[in-house]
Each structure stands twice: as C-alpha cells, then as structure tokens.
Design a protein around this ligand. Structure first.
Ligand code: URA
Length: 272
C-alpha cells in the first residue's frame, strides 16, 4: 500500500505532466485485466470478442472552413457583447469542450491601451477572467507602476479557452480564435496595442522572431477590421519574469516606453 506521501508525489507528478483535468466522473483502473474472452466449449478455442460497433466518423472541418466561419461571425459583431455571444456560439475551437469558462476579456472597453496575452490558465478558466492568477497579479502590479489599472486598459488573450494542462496552443487553435481577437481590437479601438509574451507578438505581428528580439521596439499594427493603424509593442510575459527576475530591468524600460508613448498620444490625438 503506497504511503500518503507517495500518493501526493504521484499526483504532483501527474499535474506537472499536464494531467490536471478530470475527464470522466469516475476513475478507470487501467491495470485491471480485460474480461477473458469467452471460450467455445466444443472446439476448445477462444472465440473472437464481438467487433465493436463502428462509430460515426467525426466531421472534421478544414482549418480554412473554421477560419471562414470565425471571420464571418466576428465581422457580424457590432459591439463587444455581440462578439462574446458569437464566441459562445462558435464551435470551431475544440478547447471549448475541455474549458470550464469562456475567458473573453476584462477592463475598460473604451480604454486607450489594450493588452493581448497568450491563453487562460487554471485560475482564469475558473473565474472566466484573463490574467487573474499569479502571473496576472504580477502584470497588474507592473502596470500599476506606470499608473495603469483595469479601469485604464482592456485585456484579453489570443485564445478564449484554456488549453488543458496549460500546454502550448496549436497553430489551428490560434488561427480559429484570431478573427475574434482582431475584431475585439477593432471594437475596443485603442490608441496603443501591447502584446504580452512571444506567442501573441508573433501571431499578431506575423513575425517569427522571439520575444527577446521583438521587445523594445515599436511596430505598426493593423487588421482588416480596423479603420486605422496603431502603434504596437511587445513585452515579456509576467510568467517568464517570475522565472527570470533578471529580465525585470528590461521589462521596466519597456513599461516606461509605453507610458511615454501613451502620454505623447494624449498630446497629439486624444481618443474621442
Ligand atoms: N497567461 C496569459 O497569457 N493569459 C492569462 O490570462 C493568464 C496567464
């Protein structure tokens, strides 16, 4: 009989490996031997187990078809409430089936600055809000240093549902959600866009460089839904800063540059 300590270690190992979701209501003992196949008494040879009934083949939509549906649904949304409803009705991203909640966005929908992170984690999935876990709390503190709180910014992610076990999003998941992110940016209509972490920077800017090369620079961002291009920057993800505190100096410089840009933008073209 394993000790409680061993069991806790086993559980911890499973969580670290990403197995942190209950898929069935009751556990299945995979070590239990399968039922012995019935024996044909007359011939003394095992008979074949009945063949399983063929399952209906799943209907797999092509990535192009999913993207087209997403584009159409996103384009129809005239405001953020409609966009949320469109996402709730959208079945093109399988993450929806394993997630607890849709994580749409948070903050001020008329803010002058918008942040886009990578994907919801366990805390975000539970609460249905982006950046509420440990790394989100660090991000809130960092933005507080430059005078920004959730009344002053809007924040969302590249994915609206949590990847199980916080695994890396697949390109297909990112592509399925992208039209909704793009539409959201056009509806919030910020003066500045900030991508939090390398994945969102690469996806929104269409770049292949890593975050270390993308941070500390200004880009021009535009998508098909927007009426005008806006300046955009990428910053280190707070989860990375928690693991690499030496990079906080560079992160501080990036935040100061964002504050300066926002102040300069107030001087020249205040948002209506
Ligand atoms: N990391 C992200 O990129 N987004 C969240 O919402 C939480 C953690």
């Amino acid at each position: 009989m394993p000790s409680t300590r061993d069991l806790v270690q086993l559980l911890r190992w499973q969580v670290e490996a990403g197995a942190d979701e209950a898929i069935l209501a009751a556990p299945v003992d995979r070590f239990q031997a399968p039922a012995a196949s019935p024996t044909d008494a007359r011939a003394g040879t095992p008979t074949r187990a009945p063949a399983p009934k063929p399952r209906a083949a799943p209907v797999l939509a092509s990535a192009a078809a999913v993207n087209e549906t997403a584009q159409h649904a996103a384009a129809q949304a005239a405001n953020l409430d409609e966009l949320r409803a469109a996402l709730e009705a959208f079945d093109g991203c399988a993450l929806k089936q394993t997630a607890t909640n849709l994580v749409f966005g948070d903050g001020n929908p008329t803010a002058r600055i918008m942040f886009v992170g990578e994907a919801p984690g366990a805390d975000e999935d539970r609460q249905g809000l982006p950046f509420v876990g440990v790394s989100g709390q660090l991000l809130d503190r960092m933005l507080g240093w430059i005078g920004l709180d959730r009344e002053a910014f809007f924040i969302t992610n590249m994915l609206f549902w949590r990847p199980p076990g916080n695994r890396q999003p697949t390109p297909a998941e990112v592509a399925a959600c992208l039209p909704f992110v793009e539409r959201m940016i056009s509806l919030v209509d910020p003066e500045l866009l900030v991508m939090v972490g390398g994945s969102s920077a690469k996806a929104l800017l269409g770049k292949s460089e890593g975050i270390k090369r993308l941070r500390g620079r200004w880009f021009t961002y535009e998508n098909a839904f927007m009426a005008r291009p806006i300046p955009a920057a990428a910053i280190f993800h707070p989860a990375y800063l928690l693991r690499s505190p030496a990079e906080k100096r560079a992160a501080w410089q990036d935040l100061l540059a964002i504050r300066e840009k926002l102040d300069a933008s107030t001087d020249s073209s205040p948002k209506q």
